[in-house]
Write a protein that binds this ligand. Structure first.
Ligand code: ADP
Ligand code: ADP
Ligand code: MG
Length: 646
C-alpha cells in the first residue's frame, strides 16, 4: 500500500477519498485553487499545495503543477476523483512518465472509451449489445440523414466526444433532422472542439441502468447495477441500487456484458458501463444496449457501496498498489437497497438555475450518509459544480430505504442559498417512483407537479416571525409579564418575494397569537417548548434579518422595512441581466430588432450548464451590451429593451 497519495480534485469526492485514506493509514496531500484555500478537503488532508487561480483551467486542470506537487510532497500515487483530469489519457501518461502511479485505468483503456463511436464499435466486436444506429466515419449531412431514415424516427443525435448531456438532440421527424444536426454540432464544437456525431435509435420509455465494474488490468468483476433513470436534462438526480424490477437473468446478462466490456480493454480500477434499457414492457434479458463507459469512479458509487459492503476507494487504492482483486464474483452479494439524492444549490422553478451563495447553515441527519465537501459558512462559488452534498441511505428493502430517504431529506437543513431540497422531497414522495415505475422522462413529464410549491404554511411563517422578533426567548412572553400584554406588534416580512404583514398579540403567559395575512396562528408555550396551532416547533436558523424555518419545506422569513417594500415595487423588465457569473455563449438579437415575450435572447454558460435568457415582454431591442465569449459578473446588464413609454 502507498504511504502518501495526492488527490487531484476538490469538493465531496476529494473528502470521500481522504476518508478512506485515513482509515487505511495513508497520508494525503490535497491541492487547491485560491478560492478553495480554506475548503473542507484542504482542512481534512495531511498537507495541502496551492495551485493558484480560481477557474479549473488555472487550477485543477494544471496537470504539470499537480505532478510537481506530488513529487515535492513525496506522494507515490495520484487519485483523480471524477471530472477534471480523471479521464484524460495524456495526464495518465505524464503521471506515469514522472514515476508515479495513476489510481485508475491505463491511458489506452481511457482512449478506447473516450469517443462514443469508437467505443460502440469496439463493444459490438466484443459481443456487447449496442444501441442500434450509425457510428461510422462518414459525417456528410446527406449521408447522416439517410442513415437516420434507415434507423427509423425518433432518433438521437449524439456528439461522439459528448459528456454531461451536451451535444445531444432528439429528432422526432425527418423534417427536423437538418436543424437538429446543426445545433448538436454547434454545441459539440463549442464544448468539446469536435463536432463529429453518431446517430442512435431513440429508445422510448428508456431506463438508464449501469453496471459497476472493477478490473485488475486483466480480469474484471461486476458489483451489480444502479438505476439512474431519474434525470433532468440528461443529468442524474436520484440514483438507486439495485434497479427496481431487475430479474436474475437480466442482471446476469448485463453483468456479464459489462465484464466483457471491461476485459476487452484490459480495464484496471473502478469503472461504469452505462446501458440504456427499454422499459416499455418490463425488464427483459435481451432489452439492454451499451451506451458508453465512464472510466472513473462515478458520482453515484456510494449506492453500490451500501448494498455490497465494499469500499470502492479502498479497492482502487489496493489494486493501484499492485494487489489482486479483493474478491471473486461469487463472493459478491447484494444486501438491501440504497438511494442517493444529489443536493444542489439551484433554483428549480427557475429552470434548475445553478445558484451561488454562502451556506449560512448546513446540517445532515445522523441516519443518512452525507458525502459533502462543504461546511456551514462555506461558499458555493460560480467556478465549480454547485453540488452541496449527496444524501445516501440504506434499508433492508426498497420501501424502507425510500422512507429513510424522505426522512433524511426532511431533516437536511440548508440556509443561505436556494437548493433543490424540496424538489428532491417531492420526487421521493412521487407515487410512480415509489412504485418503482421509473423512466428517464419521468421528471420532464411531472415537472409541474414536482415543483408546485405547496403554499408556505402560515405556521412556518409565524414561527419565523416570532423568532425574528425574539419573543420565543423572552421570559415575559412566558410569564405574561405586563410588558407585552395586549400590546399588538406589527412586523412586515417577505417570504418567497411575497410581502406578508404580520401582527403579534400576547394573550397571556406563553400565549401569543400571530396573524399572518388573514390567518391567526396560536403560539403556545408548554412543557415541551412552543407549539404552533398544536404542532411542535420546527428547527430555525437565524442570521441577520432572516429566519430559515426547516418545516416540511424550507421557508425563509425575512424582516423588511415596509417603506422599502413600496419603493422597490415593480422591477424593470427593460433589462436582461446575467443571473449569475458566466460566459456569454451567444447573443441572438441586435439593436432595433423586435422581440416577443419568451424569445431566447442569449445563452449564458455557467457551472457546467447553458442557460437561455428570455425576453420578459414584447418590445424592441435598444442596445446589446454583451459580446459573444465575454465573461460577465452576476447582475451585468446584457441587453436593454426600448422602455415601454418611449
Ligand atoms: P456521473 O456521470 O458520474 O454520474 P455527472 O453526470 O454528475 O456524473 O457529471 C458528469 C461529469 O461532469 C462528471 O463525470 C465530471 O466529468 C463532471 N463533473 C461533475 N462534477 C464535477 C465537479 N465538481 N467539478 C468538475 N467536473 C465535474
Ligand atoms: P453523456 O455522455 O452525456 O452521459 P450518454 O450517452 O450517457 O451521454 O446519454 C445520457 C442520457 O441520455 C442517458 O442517461 C439517457 O437518459 C439518454 N439517452 C442516451 N441514449 C439514448 C437513446 N438511444 N435513447 C433514449 N435515451 C437515451
Ligand atoms: Mg452517460
Amino acid at each position: 500500500m502507498f504511504d502518501t497519495i495526492l488527490i487531484a480534485n476538490r469538493g465531496e469526492i476529494a473528502c470521500r477519498v481522504i476518508d478512506t485514506c485515513r482509515r487505511l493509514g495513508v497520508r494525503t496531500v490535497a491541492v487547491h485553487s485560491d478560492v478553495d484555500a480554506q475548503a473542507r478537503h484542504v482542512e481534512m488532508a495531511d498537507e495541502a499545495i496551492s495551485l493558484g487561480g480560481a477557474s479549473p483551467a488555472e487550477s485543477y486542470l494544471r496537470g504539470d503543477a499537480i505532478i510537481a506537487a506530488a513529487q515535492a510532497t513525496g506522494a507515490q500515487a495520484i487519485h483523480p476523483g471524477y471530472g477534471f483530469l480523471s479521464e484524460n489519457p495524456d495526464f495518465v501518461e505524464a503521471v506515469e512518465a514522472a514515476g508515479l502511479v495513476f489510481i485508475g485505468p491505463s491511458a489506452s483503456a481511457i482512449r478506447a472509451m473516450g469517443l462514443k463511436d469508437a467505443a460502440k464499435a469496439l463493444m459490438a466486436e466484443a459481443g456487447v449489445p449496442v444501441v442500434p444506429g450509425y457510428h461510422g466515419e462518414d459525417q456528410d449531412p446527406g449521408h447522416l440523414e439517410v442513415e437516420a431514415a434507415e434507423i427509423g424516427y425518433p432518433v438521437l443525435i449524439k456528439a461522439v466526444a459528448g459528456g454531461g448531456g451536451k451535444g445531444m438532440r432528439l429528432v422526432e421527424r425527418p423534417g427536423d433532422f437538418v436543424s437538429g444536426l446543426e445545433s448538436a454540432k454547434a454545441e459539440a464544437r463549442g464544448a468539446f472542439g469536435n463536432d463529429a456525431v453518431l446517430i442512435e435509435k431513440y429508445i422510448t420509455s428508456p431506463r438508464h441502468i449501469e453496471v459497476q465494474v472493477f478490473g485488475d488490468g486483466t480480469q474484471a468483476v461486476h458489483l451489480f447495477e444502479r438505476d439512474c433513470s431519474l434525470q433532468r436534462r440528461h443529468q442524474k438526480v436520484i440514483e438507486e441500487a439495485p434497479a427496481p424490477g431487475m430479474t436474475r437473468e437480466m442482471r446476469d446478462a448485463m453483468g456479464q456484458a459489462a465484464v466483457r466490456a471491461a476485459e476487452a480493454i484490459g480495464y484496471k480500477g473502478a469503472g461504469t458501463v452505462e446501458f440504456i434499457v427499454d422499459g416499455s414492457d418490463g425488464l427483459r434479458a435481451d432489452g439492454f444496449w451499451f451506451m458508453e463507459m465512464n472510466t472513473r469512479l462515478q458520482v453515484e458509487h456510494p449506492v453500490t457501496e451500501l448494498i455490497t459492503g465494499v469500499d470502492l476507494v479502498e479497492w482502487q487504492l489496493r489494486v493501484a498498489a499492485g494487489e489482486p482483486l479483493p474478491c471473486a464474483q461469487e463472493d459478491l452479494t447484494i444486501s438491501g437497497h440504497s438511494f442517493e439524492a444529489r443536493l444542489y444549490a439551484e433554483d428549480v422553478p427557475a429552470g434548475f438555475l445553478p445558484a451561488t451563495g454562502r451556506l449560512a447553515h448546513l446540517a445532515f441527519p445522523e441516519s443518512a450518509r452525507a458525502d459533502t465537501g462543504v461546511r456551514s459558512g462555506d461558499v458555493i462559488s460560480p467556478h465549480y459544480d454547485p453540488m452541496i452534498a449527496k444524501v445516501i441511505v440504506h434499508g433492508p428493502s426498497r420501501a424502507v430505504a425510500l422512507r429513510k430517504l424522505r426522512r433524511a431529506l426532511a431533516e437536511t437543513h440548508v440556509a443561505g442559498t436556494v437548493t433543490n431540497l424540496s424538489f428532491l422531497g417531492a420526487l421521493a414522495r412521487h407515487e410512480g417512483f415509489s412504485a418503482g415505475d421509473v423512466d428517464t422522462g419521468l421528471i420532464g413529464r411531472e415537472l409541474e407537479s414536482l415543483i408546485a410549491v405547496s403554499r408556505t404554511s402560515p405556521i412556518l411563517i409565524a414561527q419565523g416571525v416570532l423568532t425574528l422578533v425574539g419573543l420565543d426567548k423572552m421570559p415575559c412572553a412566558l410569564d405574561g409579564f405586563a410588558l407585552w400584554q395586549s400590546l399588538a406588534q406589527h412586523v412586515t416580512v417577505s417570504v418567497e418575494n411575497d410581502v406578508v404583514p404580520c401582527r403579534l398579540v400576547t394573550r397571556g403567559p406563553g400565549a401569543i397569537d400571530v396573524t399572518v395575512k388573514e390567518t391567526i396562528v396560536e403560539a403556545r408555550h408548554g412543557a415541551n417548548g412552543w407549539r404552533y396551532d398544536g404542532q411542535p416547533a420546527s428547527a430555525v436558523f437565524v442570521e441577520d434579518d432572516a429566519a430559515t424555518v426547516f418545516g416540511d419545506q424550507t421557508c425563509v422569513v425575512r424582516r423588511v422595512d415596509p417603506l422599502d417594500v413600496e419603493a422597490g415595487a415593480g422591477g424593470s423588465s427593460d433589462l436582461i441581466e446575467a443571473p449569475m457569473p458566466g460566459l456569454v455563449r451567444q447573443v441572438f438579437v441586435a439593436a432595433g430588432q423586435h422581440v416577443t415575450k419568451g424569445d431566447r435572447l442569449a445563452i449564458l454558460e455557467a457551472m457546467k450548464m447553458e442557460h437561455s435568457l428570455l425576453a420578459a415582454r414584447d418590445g424592441e431591442v435598444a442596445e446589446v451590451m454583451a459580446e459573444n465569449g465575454a465573461q460577465v459578473e452576476a447582475g451585468a446588464v446584457l441587453i436593454r429593451l426600448q422602455s415601454e413609454e418611449a
